[in-house]
Design a protein around this ligand. Structure first.
Ligand code: SF4
Length: 297
């Protein structure tokens, strides 16, 4: 391209992405703090798995209006929704990083999860817009099954996603087996109580025939008792194609994480009651990159 055109493009459509990097000393995780055009900052995380998968955890909003008690992002308040391209940019940033030798980071982005800052379904169109760009064969060409959206249970979002012709994965954050406790740690439960969320999930599974993951952060002496495990099993027993993902709470200064032995027991009770369970291991807690720890904007 002629120099003049190149300069014009550089001025009007700059390709640089400004970011500060925080690699974990434990390996496996790199957090990036990206600077947006209006100087606001967001955080995204690259998770490197032992089997060569590279997952990028992206943010969908600058801050978050929902104020979940266990989450640093929730304490920041809400600044604005991200545009589709700002979401794509987070993936592009790590794709570029994986191409250059940077410590141990080499390879390709294989998965994208919307589990960073913000509630994806409060920015539905931009999130789906970003997925379409990343999924497009002329875009990033990343298969739809490699995307996951995690929501606190925004019913309108679940309903809309059921109608999209996209085979992406849905995760719903429960974190409590009954409304009173859930409302305490997730104020949005007032608007979207458990019964309504689960009805929407049942409908989603009926329409899409896709599995749904229920996320459950294990908080010491808050939601981790044997009785609560039984209550959770009872709540989910009639939801086909679903499973529970137990996540150890990453300290954000308010609560304490459940003991490993408590998590083990909780898992056993769920399984004994017919619920499939997986467990998420901690990534990046030393660089404040683990679930609920993303926090600068
Ligand atoms: S957990 Fe998610 S929805 Fe809740 S405050 Fe944090 S970013 Fe927002």
């Amino acid at each position: 391209m002629p120099l003049g055109l190149r300069e014009k493009l550089k001025e009007n459509c700059p390709l640089e992405i400004t970011a500060e990097l925080f690699p974990s000393a434990k390996g496996g995780t790199i957090k990036a703090r990206l600077v947006l055009r209006d100087r606001l900052k967001i955080e995204s995380v690259l998770l490197r798995h032992k089997d060569d998968r590279n997952t990028v955890c992206v943010s969908s909003q600058v801050g978050c209006p929902l104020g979940c008690q266990f989450c640093i992002t929730g304490t920041l308040g809400f600044k604005r929704n991200l545009e589709s391209l700002e979401i794509v940019e987070q993936v592009l940033f790590f794709a570029r990083l994986l191409k250059k030798p940077f410590g141990t980071a080499q390879g390709k982005v294989t998965n994208v999860v919307f589990m960073g800052m913000g509630e994806p379904f409060l920015n539905y169109d931009n999130v789906i817009g970003a997925i379409k760009i990343l999924n497009d064969k002329d875009g990033f060409n990343l298969g739809a099954r490699h995307f996951s959206i995690s929501t606190v249970g925004i019913i309108e979002g679940i309903e809309k996603l059921a109608k999209e012709n996209l085979q992406i994965n849905l995760a719903v954050s429960l974190h409590a087996p009954e409304d009173r406790l859930r409302e305490k740690i997730m104020p949005i439960n007032k608007k979207y109580p458990l019964a309504k969320i689960l009805a929407a999930v049942r409908n989603y599974i009926k329409e899409t025939n896709r599995r749904v993951m229920f996320e459950y952060i294990m908080i010491k002496d808050m939601n981790d008792s044997d009785e609560q495990a039984k209550e959770l099993a009872e709540l989910l027993k009639n939801i086909p194609l679903s499973f529970v993902n137990l996540i150890s709470y990453n300290p954000t200064g308010i609560f304490r994480p459940s003991e490993p032995v408590t998590i083990k027991k909780f898992k056993e009770i769920l399984e004994k009651n017919g619920i499939s369970v997986t467990q998420r291991y901690r990534f990046g807690d030393d660089i404040r990159a683990a679930c609920g720890q993303l926090g600068i904007c």
